[in-house]
Design a binder for this molecule. Sequence first.
Ligand SMILES: [Zn+2]
Length: 365
Amino acid sequence: MKWSFRIATIAGTEVRIHATFFLLLLFVAMQSMGNGHGLSGAIEGVVLVLAMFTCVLLHEFGHVLSARLYGIHTPDITLLPIGGVARLERMPRKPAHELVVAICGPLVNVAIAGAIAFFLGVSARFDPEFKFGDGAQFWAQLVQWNMMMVMFNMVPAFPMDGGRVLRAFLAMMMDYGKATRLAATIGQGIAMLVFIGMLLSGSFNPFMMLIAIFIFIAAGQEAAMVTQQEATRDLLVRDAMLTDFRALRSTDVLRDAVDHLLAGAQHDFPMLDDRGSMVGMLSRTSLISALAEHGPGCPAERVIDRCDDVLAPAQPLAEALERLTASPCPALPVVDPLSGRLIGLLTAENIAEVLMVRAALARRP
Ligand SMILES: [Zn+2]
């Protein structure tokens, strides 16, 4: 994620903090100082936010470590002002495994709240009237925060953990694609009810409305992604890759790349060395911004993007699609494992075309 900094690597997973998080700390410190609590109030406010985000981090590690039980690694976790995002390599496909991974996050918060309540005698009852910002109740605030995290995350809608729990239960009774679509529809229904309920009651909470819209969109995306994965089942990378493509040589300048761009429908160009091995990719976005900055005479090699993710022709397309979605490169190179030569490019556009062709053939009586 852009604008995020690595702060630590724990058990092989990078922990990153988004720059806007520091703005949140500054905001809390200034607000606490402004409330007449002075410098000590500001420090207390910041310490509370840091403690809250430690709970978010532990929640994410609940997912990360349980996923590791099933051989799924997590390259990084990013902490944002709105919460944490653990980027798991993939989601477990077995419903029972997904259930465990999804539930282990909220379970961590239950454990934290329970431990504070048990050892410090703080009430672990959720109090809807509770207001954050009273420095005297540090532990009570932390308990409330963990309870809120559990309730928020257990809402049965994607991308919340509750949505995954719901899908896992449904997938035990029906096939995975159907379960995902049903879970997504339920989630979208909940989001719509919340939205309409707020409109009708007149209790206009812009933050909640934004969350409802966000959930509505994310649920649709999850369903679309799984439908696409289903459609690409039993297809290989070689079935969908672009084989008729233009490539740049390492001596080319940006003007040559523009010629290629205008000559055909290809948007992203691999750069090859004399032996036909990949050096990198030049995407249309990079080409256009480099043109504005350096002019057409600039060597293309200076502005190409490294593309470390390389596909093999015999790889399952569904897996390649996941990597393409996760990659910053808009096109992934397909390399022959024996010769090391570039033999194709995989783009989202090409995959969409293959799926259209497949759907058309399936409609034939
Ligand atoms: Zn979670």
